[in-house]
Design a protein around this ligand. Sequence first.
Ligand code: PGA
Length: 251
Amino acid sequence: MEAALRRLAAGNWKMNGLRADGVALARALATRAAAAPPPCELLICPPATLLMAVAEAIAGSGIELGGQDCHTSDKGAHTGDISAAMLRDSGCRYVILGHSERRTDHHESDALVREKAKAAHAAGLTAIVCIGETLAERQAGQTLAIVSRQLGGSLPEGLDSSTVCIAYEPVWAIGTGRTPTIAEVAAVHGHIRQALAARIADPGNVRILYGGSVKPDNAAALMAAGDVDGALIGGASLAAADFWAIAEACR
Ligand code: PGA
């Protein structure tokens, strides 16, 4: 099925950017968005330290702001954590949850991601829930089973297409320059769409993003795979020209 939804190009800056370069990057994107209507919906997810400054830099540009993680509670004694309500208060509309780097570095489970997604929903944020198999799981033929399990475990009840996106990010494709074939992407995205039917009221309207080494030179091919409604972009989102070129491919 071809994507009928307006696609989303989401930049995940990860732990990159000091104030000067983060604001310069955000301003460069805002300038482009002001010069011509953006080719798709644009989202940038800077580190938490830059949220307020980036919010100011993109104000009025139509570019959306997102966080990279949130806590399950809306406030309290959780040193070092940030709540969904705080993200919303900083100008965010989205939050990335369950990224494989969080799952690995911070031992985040599907159950925890599910609780975070509930908190995001309660705060009025759209959760971008990340799922994807490791190389060993793919080689063992477990890809579809893994993404089914992650989806089932990570998504709370009661979400709809306005409150959740899925990002399929094969762990072995993140930051490696390797990507699945177009047929492999289409197969997983189609499977995710079907699996969503059991959990979400309007599965056809949920954006399913592909992430993992999306670059200007492979983005159009990846977007042409069935059921790909945008991209979650790491490394290439740190250069305005590259991010914009990928957004063009998301048109
Ligand atoms: P990458 O990262 O584009 O650098 O592979 C994608 C991601 O982790 O979201």
